[in-house]
Write a protein that binds this ligand. Structure first.
Ligand SMILES: [Zn+2]
Ligand SMILES: [Zn+2]
Length: 172
C-alpha cells in the first residue's frame, strides 16, 4: 500500500476498522480453537460476553441487550449459541435453583456465587480453603474434576434491611 497519508479519507476510521477486525480475528481464533466454526451469531455472542466479563446474564437478558444494538437475533438462536459456547467451554452456565440459569464468560478463574433470593443480585467469591477442600475430596474419590457448582442462597444486606423495615411497619 503506497497511499499517501494526506490522501487517506480518515486515518482514524482506518485504524478503528483495523482494531475491530483484529478483535474479530481473535474471536474467530478462540472459536476455532474450541472446535466451533466462527459463525456471525457465535462471534457476536462471544464478543458480547467478552465486553461484559463479570456479568451473569440469563438468555433472555442477552437477547434483549444484543437487540438493543439493533442486531437481529432470535431468542431461539441466542439459546442455541449459548449452549454451543458452553459446550466449547468458552462460557459457563450456573443454575440458581430459582429456575434461573445464567451465563458468564469462562475466563478460567474458578469462583463460587452468592445469590440473593429477593433482588436476584449475584456476587462472586473465591475462598482458598473451599478450593483446597474440593480438591481434597476429588482426590479422595480419585476424581478428575471437570466442573464445579457452589451457590449460596439467601438475602443480601439491603434486602434484609428492607424486609426488617416491612416487618416493623406491619407490627405498628
Ligand atoms: Zn437482595
Ligand atoms: Zn461468576
Amino acid at each position: 500500500m503506497t497511499t499517501p497519508l494526506n490522501a487517506s479519507p480518515s486515518l482514524a476510521a482506518l485504524r478503528h476498522a483495523v482494531l475491530v477486525s483484529t478483535k474479530s480475528m481473535n474471536t474467530h481464533r478462540i472459536l476455532e480453537r474450541a472446535g466451533l466454526r466462527p459463525t456471525f451469531p457465535r462471534v457476536l455472542v462471544l464478543e458480547f460476553f467478552q465486553a461484559h466479563a463479570h456479568e451473569h446474564l440469563a438468555a433472555e437478558a442477552v437477547y434483549v441487550r444484543l437487540n438493543e444494538d439493533s442486531r437481529n437475533m432470535s431468542l431461539a438462536t441466542v439459546y442455541r449459541v449459548l449452549a454451543q459456547l458452553v459446550d466449547g467451554r468458552l462460557l459457563s452456565n450456573v443454575a440458581f435453583g430459582d429456575g434461573r440459569t445464567v451465563y458468564e464468560l469462562n475466563d478460567g478463574n474458578p469462583h463460587d456465587h452468592i445469590v440473593c433470593n429477593a433482588c436476584g443480585g449475584v456476587h462472586e467469591f473465591f475462598d482458598a480453603e473451599i478450593e483446597a477442600r474440593q480438591q481434597a475430596v476429588a482426590e479422595q474419590f480419585e476424581f478428575a474434576v471437570s466442573g464445579r457448582r457452589l451457590v449460596l442462597f439467601g438475602l443480601c444486606v439491603n434486602c434484609r434491611k428492607s424486609s426488617a423495615s416491612v416487618r416493623r411497619t406491619i407490627r405498628k
